[in-house]
Design a protein around this ligand. Structure first.
Ligand code: SAH
Length: 213
């Protein structure tokens, strides 16, 4: 795996594209400008890695579109040292972005193949998420809660209650809800018992699957 000047050049153009689409958070743009996205994809897609598109990864899953990664990351309003939970580790690209933003990152993946592969790969790249979990994201990670923010990177049929209850007061849940396409939702916990909900545009994700066992 090499990160050549050609890759770096394409990455700068991608950052420009994201800015033109309205992404303004400097730290998010910097992270995307830094992380070699082509490392997170099958080598056969290497030439396309800096297009603003989702691509297939293992286990019938996808690496999210860069605009989606940027949009969700921006909505989370991450500050250094924040406790952040990601549902759907997948390729680990979004996990790497969260690490670059200075968060203490916890991430859950239900596909064992991806969980194993990505765990090894992130550590090879030098990323140190606090905890990668093989399990069901619907349940969150109660043993590490509360979190400053939670990001769901798969389309949820409904908002799982445990995720809302694992937010700190002031914490933010960014979750795409609905069937294809999903509507991006932001829930801000305004008190122990109250949440403020905002809706954003349409996005397309693979489904957040419920484990039946
Ligand atoms: N953040 C990833 C997105 C991968 S696609 C990336 O940028 O690469 C969504 C991921 O969510 C898939 O890897 C899928 O296996 C995982 N997923 C789906 N349902 C899940 C669940 N209930 N719990 C945890 N992960 C889940």
């Amino acid at each position: 795996m090499k990160d050549t000047t050609r890759h770096q050049g394409k990455r700068r153009l991608l950052v420009q594209v994201l800015q033109d689409k309205g992404i303004a958070n400097a730290a998010v743009l910097k992270a995307i400008g830094k992380i070699p996205r082509h490392f997170f994809m099958d080598s056969s897609f290497e030439d396309h890695a800096y297009q603003d598109k989702a691509f297939p990864i293992a286990a019938d899953q996808t690496i999210s579109q860069p605009y989606t990664v940027a949009f969700q990351s921006e909505l989370m309003q991450i500050e250094k040292g924040d406790m952040v939970l990601e549902i759907g580790t997948g390729s680990g690209y979004q996990t790497a972005v969260l690490c670059e933003l200075g968060a203490k990152v916890f991430s859950i993946e239900r596909q064992q193949e991806l969980y194993k592969k990505t765990k090894l790969f992130l550590s090879k790249l030098g990323y140190r998420p606090r905890f990668l979990s093989f399990g069901d994201g619907y349940k969150g990670l109660p043993e590490y809660a509360p979190f400053n923010s939670i990001i769901v990177t798969a389309g949820a049929p409904y908002v799982p209650k445990p995720l809302l209850s694992q937010l700190k007061v002031g914490g933010r849940l960014v979750i795409p809800v609905g069937d294809d396409p999903q509507i991006m939702h932001l829930y801000v916990r305004t008190s122990e018992t109250t949440f403020e909900k905002k809706e954003f545009g349409e996005f397309r994700f693979v489904p957040l699957l419920e484990d039946k066992n």
